[in-house]
Ligand binder design. Structure first.
Ligand SMILES: [Zn+2]
Ligand SMILES: [Zn+2]
Length: 325
């Protein structure tokens, strides 16, 4: 089969490789239709991995002898450990992450347990690539709502840093939540328009001031975004690290200052569970028009190596690899 293989830092080649075969009972081989190109893919491409790997974790497939489209939960957990028992499958110590540490979806076929494929029915099946990122945002929004309960005010000012897809999905879920009564502002360094913010009625701010917000949601994953977050959060407020920070990045604040300013720090990572996948499918099905604007360019597998090494999506959108092109 055709696959895009990451072989070394910034080396992705389109190659003919052996198609996966079923190695354990309960597995199935999906025919890949669409894959979202995530910033995680770009970061893994830049650093390279210890072994050759097929990336791609936001995957939509067809399955043999079944009709319709299926979204992959790329996190394959053991189902036996204490974290799995608590439903925290992303924290399973035996986790296989397809497209991260095991072969993923940038190929014609992908192997996974049948139960990892979730059926969905949207007018536009390409939207299925958003199920995994929305699933992660469902968990993020839940943790952020819990953090707002610690605040002294019931109508907090929240600043979202980063107008990419993470910022869009978190903002969407908060504005749709009946529990959320605050005001959201968006800060992003790009001068380009960010359509999702307009559509949600979220105002953009050109600068973030100290003491500006009760809650800051850092969605950019950048050192600068993190530094701004801790400068701008009010005393007794919270910072949520949602964008994935680089492994070597330290917190730009001392433990003493964190204590004195009484800042609550939360993070959100573990969002690809059975429960959040189901919730994500419901959110998208109920509002396809909103999510359609998050779909960016559609590219072929042949175009993917260039896309991964010269990361340049339209602001706030997902580029999609269409295996049918
Ligand atoms: Zn992703
Ligand atoms: Zn486990």
């Amino acid at each position: 089969m055709k696959a895009a293989v990451l072989s070394a830092p910034n080396q992705v080649q389109l190659r003919e490789v052996a198609a996966p075969t079923i190695s354990q009972t309960g597995e199935t081989i999906g025919d890949v239709e669409f894959v979202g190109v995530c910033k995680t893919d770009q970061q893994l491409t830049a650093t390279g991995l210890e072994k050759e790997l097929i990336l791609g974790h936001e995957v939509v497939c067809r399955l043999p002898q079944e009709s319709g489209h299926f979204a992959l939960n790329n996190e394959i957990s053991c189902g036996r450990c204490s974290y799995c028992a608590e439903g925290l499958t992303s924290h399973c110590p035996n986790l296989h992450e397809l497209g991260v540490n095991d072969n993923g979806g940038y190929a014609e076929k992908i192997r996974a347990p049948r139960q990892s494929f979730h059926p969905f029915s949207f007018c536009n099946p390409t939207l299925g690539v958003l199920i995994e990122p929305v699933s992660c945002a469902v968990r993020g929004a839940k943790r952020i709502l819990a953090a707002t309960k610690l605040l002294a005010v019931t109508h907090p000012t929240i600043v979202v840093i980063g107008g990419g897809i993470s910022g869009a999905l978190i903002s969407y879920l908060l504005t749709r939540s009946p529990e959320f009564k605050g005001e959201i502002y968006l800060y992003d360094i790009t001068p380009d328009p960010i359509p999702w913010a307009n559509n949600l009625g979220i105002q953009r701010i050109g600068k973030v001031e100290p003491d500006q917000a009760h809650g800051i949601i850092e969605c950019s994953g950048s050192p600068n975004g993190l530094a701004i977050a801790f400068q701008a959060v009010r005393k007794s407020g919270f910072v949520c690290i949602y964008g994935v920070p680089q492994p070597e990045l330290a917190l730009p604040i001392s433990a003493h200052e964190l204590f004195m300013r009484e800042i609550a720090l939360i993070t959100s990572f573990a969002g690809a569970t059975e429960e959040t996948m189901g919730a994500a499918i419901d959110y998208i099905r109920q509002d396809e028009t909103f999510f359609e604007q998050s779909l960016g360019r559609s590219i072929s597998l042949e175009q993917l190596p260039t896309e991964l090494t010269t990361w340049n999506p339209q602001p706030g959108t997902r580029t999609v690899v269409n295996l049918g092109l």
